[in-house]
Design a protein around this ligand. Sequence first.
Ligand code: CAA
Length: 382
Amino acid sequence: MVDFELTEEQSMIKQAAHDFADNELVAGAAERDEKEQFPREQIRQMAELGFMGMMVPTEHGGAGMDTVSYVLALEEISRADASAGVIMSVNNSLVCWGLEKFGSPSQKEKYLKPLASGKLLGAFCLSEPEAGSDAVNQRTSATREGNSYVLNGTKNFITNGANADVLLVMAATDKSKGARGVSAFIVDKAFPGVIISKKEHKLGIRSSDTAQITFDGCRVPEENRIGEEGFGFKFAMMTLDGGRIGIAAQAIGIARAALEASLKYVRERKAFDKLLYEFQAIQFKLAEMHTNIEAAHLLALNAALKKDRGERFTKEAAMAKLFASKVAVDNALEGIQIHGGYGYLKDFPVERYLRDAKITEIYEGTSEIQRLVIAREILDQK
Ligand code: CAA
């Protein structure tokens, strides 16, 4: 049986993230959302707290914490501002983790250190206009020329895209080999041929940035390839396993925010001469929202614990993301319902929670892909 009692250090990290979120993130979240304003100063502060490279050892610029601590902190951050949550999640799970695990010593020195300490920001470039769920179908090509590769193609829906300094890019080095013909590269945003071709305007997580990036004859030195040629797809899949724990934590944060806003509202609002919380119909909604949060939280911690123990956690991460993202959407909807007409207005935060929640069912693998991953695992068809 898994022991979920937090260590003293984990409790301290959770508290630090909670306090930071309450003191520095909540107040401006609605305005940043409205203005699609990237939370640059807040991310700088999060870096100071060690939140941008939480699981990276201190000698490589990180905070040297475990995945459980990461889940706890990310929930707190996302509870206040889900946009800050995804920025943190991508830098930690999709960028720093893979560099730490598979990067060469010089890649760690040059790229991981500044990324994990938050001096630089990273992005993960897998999706393409015609490669979303079908991630093997990479059109971006990396053609070898002497000691370098020349990248051509377009990446879509790239979180942190426009603000990132460093991009981890998957590209086909040999299209005929399918998944085994994809390689991963570290691309410095300053390399000639990297073009931010479009900045997306989104339903939710509007203060995080999502961009389309085009590589037009972008020359990348061979030493920037991560692992062997052909390792890129596996690299991306393993990275996304960890990423899905992060998105589960983000979703739980949003679900908690919806419950907290509802708990506050039902203690203030009266109908038929009673406060709303006195109605059993409202109590049942609150009870269900709370129970689902706890269940999602336990699934996320379970996946994190498995990862920390070095065990395979593909299924557990997919289950956590599948369930937590549904809970986020359900809780946000119930939050709006509890608020009635006010829930539909920008005067209250619950409409933002719904807009922010929806993406957790889509990015880093849609809910349909999570079901596919889970089914393959339990049918032993992996
Ligand atoms: N760990 C290790 N290896 C894995 C793996 C995992 N979790 N999943 C697959 N692989 C390996 C397989 O073992 C196989 O290896 P071999 O060639 O050695 O046999 C290889 O990868 C190919 O795997 P599949 O045959 O399973 O490939 P598939 O075409 O059937 O696709 C998929 C599998 C699960 C559908 C996968 O394509 C997938 O996860 N798609 C969703 C992609 C996704 O999550 N995109 C999100 C984009 S990133 C994002 O949103 C970032 C952001 O900015 C927020």
